[in-house]
Write a protein of this length. Structure first.
Length: 201
């Protein structure tokens, strides 16, 4: 009996310790890698965005990061790298739209105008859209990348191993207020897309 109580106490203590670790989670930018680590991070006006999974509904998970392509691989018409932060309360969402990734491969590309849509509704350019919480008004705002506003560098594109890695930064404008701008900086991703969704705490 004493052994059972002791084991139960240890299990409860470990569980409480794990819960506290989750409560004290501190997001940080991942290292810039090119090995398919399934990492992503950037700053939006100095505040960090990383993927964080949600609870999901009806046995369907809410993945923090997805890689979506239209068309027949490897010649996708476009791919979207979709980032969601379901846990921080900032409404963090960011999509990178890249047409013809297989054809363009590695290199540095201008980030162009976004219409703040994704998938088939996005403009046929390399562009970025994001949603972020305005802490003053406590409302979510959409931002669309501006023409020639930044750079996307694909540092590795490896279709055989399903890896795409890169860095990015750009300037974006509020969809509903042309005087409101944000800076997206220090962006980096390293995705093994056949191994998503991952585990984003």
């Amino acid at each position: 009996m004493r052994t059972t109580v002791l084991l139960l106490s240890i299990v409860i203590a470990l569980q409480i310790g794990c819960d506290k670790a989750d409560d004290n989670f501190v997001p940080h930018l991942p290292l810039i890698t090119q090995t398919g680590e399934n990492t992503f991070g950037c700053y939006i006006d100095g505040k960090i965005l990383i993927p964080r999974d949600g609870e999901g509904t009806f046995n369907t998970p809410d993945p923090g990061m997805r890689f979506v392509g239209l068309g027949n691989p490897p010649n996708y018409e476009y791919i979207d790298i979709k980032i969601r932060d379901f846990k921080s309360g900032n409404g963090g969402l960011l999509d990178i739209h890249i047409p013809n990734l297989h054809q363009i491969g590695e290199g540095t590309f201008l980030i162009n105008e976004s219409n703040c849509e994704d998938s088939v509704y996005a403009l046929d350019t390399v562009n970025i859209r994001c949603r972020w919480l305005d802490e003053t008004s406590q409302s979510y705002k959409w931002y669309c990348s501006l023409p020639d506003s930044g750079l996307l560098t694909i540092t590795r594109y490896d279709f055989e191993n399903r890896i795409v890695s890169g860095t990015f930064s750009c300037r974006a404008v509020n969809r509903d207020d042309p005087t409101d701008f944000i800076e997206i900086t220090e962006g980096r991703f390293d995705i093994k897309w056949d191994d998503l969704p991952g585990n984003f705490p």
